[in-house]
Design a protein around this ligand. Structure first.
Ligand code: SF4
Ligand code: SF4
Length: 237
């Protein structure tokens, strides 16, 4: 990508809405819940972007930093200049995906995992996670809970007033094929499909660089690497 990165950011509606003028006061960092846990400073991100320095912005796009934000938008409520660092970070993430720089950071590379385990699921089932389709071995942090819910899904969802795999309305109902087809059309015309393809394309390039086997399954070496890597440098010790 050869175009000036700041100029591209300036065309993004989230950036336009998110940045007026930052006075570097640090209020956003003081209130940010992510900054309590991660090596993370939204003030630094806003200040970097505001510098208009292409190299510094590029480094940001390649870094873990832009992936720590939880998008809670607490920063919006307190900024004395009416900036929204959370929106600026959304614009940066979008540009990191577009440019392919996301594969240069551990957290950025996890975009592939989210795309395959959540994004694609929306298209396949109409849910970001449908109980029948969860691979529980991929979520050891849940312990035996999800296995139990899967085994007893009908009773569990009926007790909660759901309509598990039923016709008509209600939580966990079956999403009709025509609704799924409509969802796919929305992804196609809104750029979602292209966005997904872009994540796959750049991830494949990175896998080749790392000499890790890559295919469209969650069993390939690159996916497992992305899913399980942790350099232990993300959080405040
Ligand atoms: S609170 Fe607003 S003005 Fe202060 S550092 Fe954060 S973005 Fe800049
Ligand atoms: S939106 Fe992001 S940067 Fe803003 S307070 Fe929440 S976690 Fe922090």
């Amino acid at each position: 990508m050869t175009e000036d990165l700041y100029s591209i950011l300036r065309k993004d509606v989230r950036f336009i809405e998110g940045l007026n003028a930052c006075i570097n006061c640090g209020t956003c960092t003081a209130i940010c819940p992510a900054a309590e846990f991660y090596n993370y400073d939204p003030r630094f991100i806003v200040n970097t972007v505001q510098s208009k320095d292409n190299n510094r912005i590029k480094e940001l796009l390649k870094s873990d930093t832009i992936w720590y934000c939880g998008e809670c938008l607490s920063c919006k409520t307190r900024c004395p200049r009416d900036n929204t660092p959370g929106y600026i970070i959304q614009a940066l993430r979008h540009l990191s995906h577009q440019s392919g720089y996301f594969v240069e950071s551990e957290k950025g590379r996890q975009s592939l995992a989210i795309k395959r385990t959540v994004g694609e699921e929306i298209l396949k089932s109409g849910y970001c996670m449908f109980v029948d389709r969860i691979t529980t071995e991929m979520h050891p942090e849940q312990g035996p809970v999800w296995d139990w819910v899967r085994k007893n899904a009908k009773e569990v969802y009926e007790r909660c007033g759901g309509n598990y795999k039923g016709e008509g309305v209600g939580a966990m109902r079956k999403i009709p094929d025509e609704a799924l087809a409509e969802l796919k059309s929305i992804f196609d015309v809104s750029g979602g499909t292209e966005f997904f393809e872009n994540i796959e394309e750049h991830s494949k390039r990175k896998a080749e660089e790392l000499k890790l086997q890559f295919d469209n399954t969650n069993d390939c070496e690159y996916f497992k690497h992305v899913y399980s890597s942790n350099n232990n440098k993300h959080t405040i010790k």
